[in-house]
Design a protein around this ligand. Structure first.
Ligand SMILES: *[C@@H]1O[C@H](CO)[C@@H](O)[C@H](O)[C@H]1NC(C)=O
Ligand SMILES: *[C@@H]1O[C@H](CO)[C@@H](O)[C@H](O)[C@H]1NC(C)=O
Ligand SMILES: *[C@@H]1O[C@H](CO)[C@@H](O)[C@H](O)[C@H]1NC(C)=O
Ligand SMILES: *[C@@H]1O[C@H](CO)[C@@H](O)[C@H](O)[C@H]1NC(C)=O
Ligand SMILES: *[C@@H]1O[C@H](CO)[C@@H](O)[C@H](O)[C@H]1NC(C)=O
Ligand SMILES: *[C@@H]1O[C@H](CO)[C@@H](O)[C@H](O)[C@H]1NC(C)=O
Length: 323
């Protein structure tokens, strides 16, 4: 029993040792490698290191001078969970940079020279939870639906970029988003922007200020919020007008029916009273019961008409609430 077991453990030790040796041999120059982690912080690297172990989970390239993330080399690292590229000079189009990194949870691209984010840039990063693209002064565009496939995203930071507008649909459909950094951009605070802003609690509202329109220049978010909430919410859509018209029509027709029923009652009453004087008391009794029977009917008509209107209510109200 002991000899085969002993053999096994010997082999395991040998394999483990070889693995460790292979890893230490593979560690890129100027970088330190620990178990599944490669750290190349602050080494003035001009290029992406080429000999990174393929099973690396955490790759730190912060504070270098890397301008390009090579798609092929980066996508060999398909186990990567954590990628830190802050403070580099990355300016390339990143559309094919992350196509097989579907385990990536943390991605830091802050303090670079990104110019735009498109739908394909992060679309394959379906596990992404933290995305930092702040401090990219030339980042002027984030395409609609850029984060449509990043449903786990919890923290998104786009502070201090060249953005002036963020489309509401970019953040609206992210069910897990908990913090959105928007500070110190030259925001165009129109209603679409504010609607988006109210949907997500931002981390630093006092540092978010408007650049345009001129009337709001320099205003920071907490103040603008109350000022423009009113203006933007009063905006009625076509469906709202149609709905108000329908309500009006319902009230009008219910009133007409009620008037007609009242008229009928009067006519019937007059008919009965002129027909015979003997059994007037009985007639009156009959009449009062008849009219009291008419009234609930009348109320029923009103009620069903209102119920009909109220059934129509949810569709426009859902459309007008943004979040
Ligand atoms: C990476 O290395 C830098 C400097 O060598 C160090 O300051 C930093 O803490 C390291 N990061 C990690 C996650 O080990
Ligand atoms: C970064 O690289 C550029 C050329 O790609 C070079 O001009 C610049 O001096 C480098 N900066 C540092 C800090 O190494
Ligand atoms: C950033 O990219 C732009 C072009 O997109 C380029 O003109 C500029 O020199 C770059 N800046 C740095 C610091 O690399
Ligand atoms: C969204 O993510 C899934 C899962 O990783 C992937 O299969 C799909 O291709 C992605 N969609 C797009 C449009 O990239
Ligand atoms: C707000 O501004 C952006 C661009 O700055 C524009 O695309 C959008 O249509 C504007 N929305 C409204 C309601 O004016
Ligand atoms: C707001 O901006 C100031 C100055 O830039 C900074 O010191 C502060 O930390 C920022 N606050 C938040 C919550 O980011």
């Amino acid at each position: 029993m002991s000899p085969p077991n002993g053999h096994k453990s010997l082999w395991l030790v040998l394999l483990f040792g070889m693995g460790v040796m292979a890893k230490s041999l593979n560690c890129p120059v100027k970088c330190t490698c620990q178990y599944l982690e490669v750290n190349c912080t602050g080494q003035q690297l001009q290029d992406f290191p080429t000999t990174i172990p393929l099973d690396t989970r955490q790759l730190i390239l912060a504070t270098n001078n890397i301008s390009y993330l090579p798609s092929v080399e980066l996508n060999f690292l398909s186990d990567l969970v954590y990628l830190d590229c802050r403070e580099n000079a990355i300016s390339e189009d990143l559309d094919f940079a992350f196509i097989s990194l579907n385990k990536l949870i943390y991605l830091d691209l802050s303090f670079n020279n990104l110019t735009r984010v498109t739908f394909t840039t992060f679309s394959q990063l379906s596990s992404l939870v933290v995305l930092k693209i702040s401090d990219n002064p030339n980042l002027v565009e984030i395409e609609k639906d850029s984060f449509a496939n990043n449903t786990w995203l919890r923290h998104l930071d786009v502070s201090r970029t060249g953005l002036t507008f963020l489309d509401i649909s970019i953040v609206k459909d992210l069910p897990n988003l908990k913090s959105l950094g928007l500070s110190e951009n030259l925001w165009n605070c129109n209603c679409s922007f504010l609607e988006g802003f109210f949907c997500v609690s931002s981390t630093d509202p006092e540092n978010i200020s408007c650049y345009s329109p001129a009337a709001l220049h320099g205003w920071s978010m907490p103040g603008v919020e109350s000022k423009l909430h009113y203006t933007c919410l009063l905006h009625l859509h076509d469906t709202d007008y149609a709905f108000l018209g329908l309500i009006g029509f319902c009230i009008f027709s219910a009133g007409t029916v009620a008037a007609w029923l009242a008229g009928m009652c009067v006519v019937l009453y007059e008919f009965h009273t002129t027909r015979g004087g003997n059994d007037e008391d009985e007639d009156e009794d009959e009449e009062s019961s008849a009219s009291s029977a008419k009234h609930p009917e009348d109320a029923d008509g009103y009620q069903s008409c209102f119920l009909f209107c109220i059934h129509l209510l949810p569709s426009p109200s859902v459309k007008s609430t943004a979040c």
